[in-house]
Design a binder for this molecule. Structure first.
Ligand SMILES: Nc1nc2c(ncn2[C@@H]2O[C@H](COP(=O)(O)OP(=O)(O)OP(=O)(O)O)[C@@H](O)[C@H]2O)c(=O)[nH]1
Ligand SMILES: [Mg+2]
Length: 317
């Protein structure tokens, strides 16, 4: 018996579980599309109904308007006469929105160490995502180091230590109360000295209203740039899908404050509907890196637009 599931299988089972969850018989988007038809004709209010579903699923006004306008156009052009056609039109519109943002993290060999900051509000899953990601990268043969940049919350370092041990990667820390920029500066120096491929820096959870903490992020960036003017190579925001529209606001605020280069959406396994991904794609067009599908070490998958959309509209349509 093999001890470990091969990567391909693991990924496809994650996608299956995403699909099962988003489509738990009450998929927010495609649930009972048949109801939008009466006597085989699309009902007058079909677009209004879809609009309502999109808004309820946290897709936000921008993405919702964009999608319903697209579908309205197809409708008037006579391209949506059946449920199958409606499903196909939805699928195409969703892909047009999401394919451009499905950009996996790329670690070019000439950037060493590839410095990554992981930021976000409290409790969204930053530390957990770092643990999962470090594990994943190490399996891919990369040498990874982690910096305990969350010096703010009690027990944050211990939590990260547990993840670093699980992932089997070294952690650079100075303990609670230390200066976050100094920890991350040291970690980048150490990663350089040891020739590590990737350095992932955890940061304390913060609200965009906590000016001093937002300033701290900018400071970390400035300090690290003394070692590498092009660092950080990735500033990844982690957002919790169960917070709905709030996740979009967080993305807007953090982007304005430090300039994001990617987003990871966690807790898609929970009560989340995932619509906020559409909102973020429409408003910010930031690359979506990963989706979190649970608390376990393997519950992280690169964001794949086709899988995501198929989970929503059903690829067997
Ligand atoms: N169900 C589920 N839970 C998750 C996921 N990612 C993280 N969590 C849980 O969310 C909680 C918070 O995770 P952390 O990784 O500590 O979040 P954080 O952003 O580092 O939190 P702070 O450091 O306090 O700001 C933990 O209980 C995690 O197990 C996910 O994808 N799915
Ligand atoms: Mg944390």
């Amino acid at each position: 018996m093999s001890l470990e599931t091969p990567v391909g299988n693991r990924e496809s089972s994650l996608v299956k579980s995403l699909r099962a969850r988003l489509n738990k018989g009450d998929s927010w988007l495609t649930y009972d599309l048949g109801r939008l038809f009466s006597a085989d004709k699309l009902r007058e209010d079909a677009i209004d109904q879809l609009e309502e579903r999109l808004l309820l699923a946290d897709a936000g006004v921008d993405a919702t308007n964009w999608l319903t306008e697209r579908l309205g156009y197809d409708l008037r052009a006579g391209r949506i006469k059946t449920e199958v056609q409606l499903r196909a039109a939805l699928r195409k519109a969703l892909l047009d929105l999401l394919l451009p943002v499905a950009k996996p993290l790329d670690f070019p060999a000439y950037i060493k160490p590839y410095v990554m900051f992981v930021a976000g509000v409290n409790g969204v899953g930053k530390t957990t995502t770092i643990g999962k990601l470090a594990t994943r990268l190490k399996r891919d043969g990369k040498t990874v180091m982690i910096a305990a940049g969350d010096t703010f919350r009690a027990a944050a370092v211990e939590q990260l230590e547990t993840w670093a041990t699980r992932a089997g990667v070294p952690l650079i820390s100075q303990g609670a109360g230390a200066d976050s920029a100094s920890v991350i500066y040291d970690a980048v120096s150490a990663a350089k000295a040891r020739g590590a491929d990737v350095l992932i820096a955890d940061t304390a959870g913060r609200l965009h209203t906590q000016i001093h903490l937002m300033d701290e992020l900018r400071k970390i960036k400035r300090v690290v740039q003394k070692l590498d003017p092009f660092a950080p190579h990735e500033v990844m925001l982690v957002v919790d899908a169960t917070t709905g529209q709030n996740a979009l606001n967080q993305a807007l605020q953090f982007h304005e404050a430090i300039g994001l280069t990617g987003v990871t959406l966690t807790k898609l396994d929970g009560s989340a509907k995932g619509g906020v991904l559409l909102a973020i794609a429409r408003r910010l067009a930031l690359p979506v890196r990963f989706i979190g599908l649970g608390e376990g070490i393997d519950d992280l998958a690169p964001f794949d637009a086709v899988n995501f959309v198929d989970a929503l509209v059903g690829d067997d349509a």
